[in-house]
Design a protein around this ligand. Structure first.
Ligand SMILES: *Cc1c(COP(=O)(O)O)cnc(C)c1O
Length: 455
């Protein structure tokens, strides 16, 4: 009886294997990240099973949550589509092998060239505003679009607990408002004028939005679709894109809420979504990947300041940007492991867990009760599979850590596959910017300076 959850046991097992195979190494690889590909498959399966298969459903993974091409390719093999919000994400989705008609292009700032490209490819497009609709109209000319084209609507129902994550506020920058005076009528007219407008899109927000707010936003989108179809006397709107935003539990290893819970809420608040009259697209990101990834870093030094023990680790703002800049909104768990990767035992001691960057706020956790960390120990940071190590912040020229995929075969053996190589901090462009990189290696003498006490 270890007292560990199955997920914590798996992290321990992965860390031990990673240490014994040198993927984590106090000298050469002090920071690395892991994506549990078995866990991803189970999560995607739970998503597919939560939604009825008919009418047609496409679960488009929100690429910004984890944009590593091998991760996107894995999600494609598991039957998902891909939601992209920039040209860069579109390029990555195509590189991952998604068929254009399984890609959804959302962005509030699509350029004319990007729109033409998407329409030529047959990528689904959700327009953000009336000016974009006019551009799409011009780009199409007389063509009947291959792309599914919709409009993002904002129910203006309100926000969740994290302002920066709330997109359904009355003054949000996203979509066309449904509640502003005259706005609904103007949008209705746009559907009249553009027979190629056949979808309605909404995304009420991400982490921090309660389920009834999210489902309320979907209900508003469905009601608008019904209104369009009733006023046209035909079913022009054939699909609803309900967005993503299912919140993730960062407090422990329980997955809550589940996709099943959300579908129950949708059935209660937006029953017409499941009437059989609409195809459905979803755009979940965080809820697919967050709990299937973790970050691991060595403790380099420990000290005490003003009576507070502090562990200086190699994981900080470069892999946990949101947590460092907004710790109250984005708390992360920290787990203490010994140098071999085993879960560390010992009475809890309140300590700060700091990162390597040169500013005082670079802390993963403050005043956190953990077995007292020592140099050479390893910390694991669960629930970081989405929006953390996959989206590094290059402050202090801190390099991107390696990301390893993990699978357990039928024989119970842990297998690693490299999803992103570690960036080499000594690989820097020369003074001309582009051109031949100035390759300096930590172990190579720099212009004969070694031994002269430079610095
Ligand atoms: C960010 C975003 C998503 C994904 O949100 P999650 O909280 O990661 O599920 C989906 N759709 C749109 C339009 C987004 O901006």
């Amino acid at each position: 009886m270890t007292g560990l959850t199955p997920a914590a046991e798996r992290r321990e097992r992965i860390l031990q294997e990673a240490v014994s195979r040198g993927l984590l190494d106090a000298e050469r690889s002090q920071l690395a990240a892991f994506v549990d590909l078995d866990g991803v498959a189970a999560t995607v399966d739970s998503l597919h099973r939560a939604f009825p298969a008919s009418p047609r459903v496409l679960h488009a993974f929100a690429a910004k949550a984890n944009c590593l091409v091998p991760v996107l390719a894995e999600l494609r093999r598991l039957g998902m589509g891909c939601e992209v919000a920039t040209a860069g994400e579109l390029a990555r989705a195509l590189a991952a092998g998604f068929a254009p008609d399984r890609i959804v292009f959302d962005s509030p700032a699509k350029t004319e060239a990007e729109l033409r490209r998407a329409l030529d490819l047959g990528v689904a497009v959700n327009a953000d505003n009336h000016q974009e609709l006019a551009r799409i109209d011009r780009a199409l000319g007389d063509r009947v679009p291959v792309s599914r084209i919709g409009v993002r609507v904002n129910s203006q129902l309100g926000g969740g607990s994290i302002a920066a994550m709330s997109t359904a506020t009355s003054t949000s920058k996203f979509g066309i408002p449904l509640a502003d005076p005259g706005s609904r009528r103007r949008l209705l007219r746009a559907y009249h004028d553009h027979p190629w407008l056949t979808w309605v899109h909404t995304h009420a927000g991400s982490q921090g939005c309660p389920l009834d707010l999210m489902a309320g936003g979907v209900a508003q989108a469905v009601a608008f679709a019904e209104e369009v179809n009733a006023s046209l006397g035909r079913r022009q709107v054939v699909g609803i894109d309900i967005g993503g935003g299912l919140p993730v539990n960062f407090a422990d290893d329980e997955t809550a809420p589940t996709f099943d819970t959300y579908v129950r809420q949708l059935r209660a608040q937006a029953p017409a979504l499941f009437s059989g009259g609409y195809e459905i697209v979803t755009e979940f990101g965080r809820s697919v990947l967050a709990k299937n990834g973790f970050t691991a870093a060595y403790v380099e030094y420990t000290k005490s300041m003003g009576g507070r023990p502090i562990a200086v680790t190699h994981a900080g703002v470069q892999v946990a940007t949101r947590t460092v800049f907004n710790p109250d909104a984005w708390p992360l768990r920290i787990e203490a492991h010994d140098p071999s990767g085993r879960v560390k035992r010992g009475g809890p001691v309140r300590q700060d867990i700091a990162g390597p960057a040169c500013f005082a706020g670079d802390l993963l956790a403050r005043d956190r009760a953990l077995p007292l960390l020592e140099p050479g120990d390893i910390i694991a940071v669960p629930d970081t599979g989405a929006y953390y190590f996959s989206t590094p912040f290059h402050y202090n020229s801190l390099p991107e850590p390696a990301v390893h995929g993990v699978r357990t075969g039928g024989d119970g053996r842990v297998r690693f596959e490299l999803l992103r190589p570690a960036q080499d901090p000594w690989d820097v462009p020369g003074p001309g910017g582009h051109g031949a990189p100035l390759r300096q290696r930590a172990h190579e003498p720099v212009h004969g300076a070694v031994g002269r006490g430079v610095g």
